[in-house]
Design a protein around this ligand. Structure first.
Ligand SMILES: [Zn+2]
Length: 487
């Protein structure tokens, strides 16, 4: 597997076109923000107190679920909000009436400039890398990325964010601060091309491609999701041993991928460079969390993003989902590349994936159930599944990876050799996923097999139904009230 050169950084994201002065910014260590509470000259309201913003935007809020925690978590501790300070309230020369005549969002930089002028004698801006202007009436919320502003006696580059009272919550604030760190939006490529179309990335807030991956924090309201791995990597926050660089010209191999939020050690991002271009596919695993930034994500899934000029475009699988499940795969025929998901380990928070060229003809796994199911596809006892693989001539002895989800989960398991036996004993429906890999590393497209077990003997007297996890449609009848299969 060859090394992947770092793609050229894109500093001309959608929202930087107006400024065009943004340089590559790799935030590390303290990233202090000057947080300016500002009142329009014709609006007296102070709709929030300074301690709220101190908890939301400064280290005073560390451990309280605000932005100090968000950026610590997204950067793996590479940055902090140390030095961030809340100032104000300042009264602007600018009135709300005048601001409403401006053209939005083009006037964002002018709005922050008005706030800087009001604060300039009270704030030493040279101590800050970014400015968050908080306005006391609804006008506009957003970012003009990183820009050079005149402050004090000189000029300096800042990340610029403006938030009115409608945006004083985690999801909105994190998105705009992401712009302030130099990040463009994220996109989906499929099923439709869409800006803000990535339901697993904060840089697609607030639409998330029609998904709702957020949760509600008791103090800071709508929160999450995480910043995608592509953007964490772009800002230089991945250590070398946390990402893996492959080439689409490689032979293929099976990998264990850690969830994006999983602490080291482990590979959390796989990048597959396409031929000799600077474009690549990025592969990451997202898993729901009981608490945390991804607690609004509904199920585990492997994501594949096409990265062009440093910007991620989410793709979809062969079964037309964006979060790939075991047994599903993504294929790029032109690049001769297949990314297959072979299983999840929920306890370890990992996925087993195979990445490589299209499978060679002749690499094939057959499955045989013992005993055979009844005509309706059901068993009334434990089932053994015998897997037998053959490789293409000259490609050695295959090995088999299998896993299962549903009533009888099985962690991804690789057996060296052409046969494997899987026992499924739990009542209910289980989906087995399996695929072979030959000695060259080439992989078979994953296959799935549904196994339905109903051990409850029929009776005419039972009146209480047995709940079965994951099985919501239970047809009751006089002969077999609690049963699934009609035995
Ligand atoms: Zn934005």
């Amino acid at each position: 597997m060859s090394d992947l050169p770092v793609p050229p950084e894109d500093s001309t994201g959608p929202e930087s076109a107006a400024g065009g002065q943004a340089a590559v910014y790799r935030p590390g260590g303290p990233t202090p923000w000057a947080v300016l509470m500002c009142k329009f000259s014709d609006v007296a309201a102070q709709p929030q107190e300074a301690p709220f913003f101190e908890d939301l935007f400064t280290m005073a809020g560390a451990g309280k679920g605000g932005m100090a925690d968000y950026w610590r978590d997204m950067s793996g501790g590479a940055i902090s909000l140390t030095g961030s300070t809340v100032f104000g309230w300042f009264t602007l020369e600018l009135s709300l009436a005048t601001a409403r005549t401006w053209t939005w969002p083009g006037a964002r930089t002018d709005l922050v400039r008005a706030c800087v002028e009001a604060a300039d004698t009270a704030v030493d801006f040279s101590a800050f890398q970014g400015i968050i202007a908080l306005l006391n009436a609804p006008i506009d919320s957003g970012s003009s990325m990183r820009q050079v502003l005149k402050v004090g006696d000189g000029e300096q580059e800042f990340g610029l964010v403006n938030l009115d009272p409608g945006a004083w919550f985690n999801t909105f604030a994190a998105h705009e601060m992401g712009h302030g760190y130099g990040l463009p939006h994220s996109f989906s490529d499929e099923p439709a091309f869409s800006e803000y179309g990535d339901g697993w990335d904060i840089m697609s807030a607030e639409t998330f491609g029609g998904r709702s991956p957020t949760h509600t924090h008791p103090r800071f309201a709508k929160s999450g999701p995480a910043l995608c791995g592509v953007y964490q990597d772009r800002l230089g926050w991945f250590r070398g041993n946390e990402k893996l660089d492959l080439s689409s010209l490689g032979r293929g191999a099976t990998f264990t991928l850690s969830a994006l939020d999983k602490p080291p050690p482990g590979i959390r991002l796989i990048r597959i460079r396409l031929g000799s271009s600077t474009q690549y596919y990025a592969v990451e695993l997202r898993m729901p969390q009981a608490t945390g930034w991804d607690s609004g994500i509904d199920r585990p899934g492997v994501l594949v993003r096409h990265v062009r000029d440093g910007v991620p475009y989410l793709r979809q699988s062969m079964s037309r989902v964006q979060d790939l499940q075991p047994g599903d795969y993504f294929a790029d025929a032109r690049e001769n590349l297949v990314i297959s998901v072979l299983g999840f380990n929920m306890a370890e928070r990992t996925a087993t994936v195979h990445i490589g060229p299209r499978p060679p003809v002749g690499l094939l796994t057959g499955a045989r159930m013992s005993p055979l199911p009844n005509a309706a596809g059901w068993h009334n006892s434990a089932v053994e599944v015998h897997l037998t693989s053959t490789a293409a001539p000259g490609r050695g002895v295959p090995r088999i990876t299998f896993s299962a989800t549903g009533a009888h989960p099985i962690n991804p398991t690789t057996v060296t050799g052409p046969t494997a036996t899987v026992k499924v004993t739990q009542q209910g429906s289980t989906t087995l996923c399996y695929a072979a890999e030959d000695e060259s590393g080439a992989g078979e497209l994953p296959r799935t097999l549904r196994i339905n077990i109903d051990k409850i003997p029929p009776t005419t007297t039972r009146t209480v139904s047995h709940p079965v996890p994951g099985h919501v449609t239970i047809e009751l009848n006089g002969a077999d009230p609690g049963s699934l299969s009609g035995f």
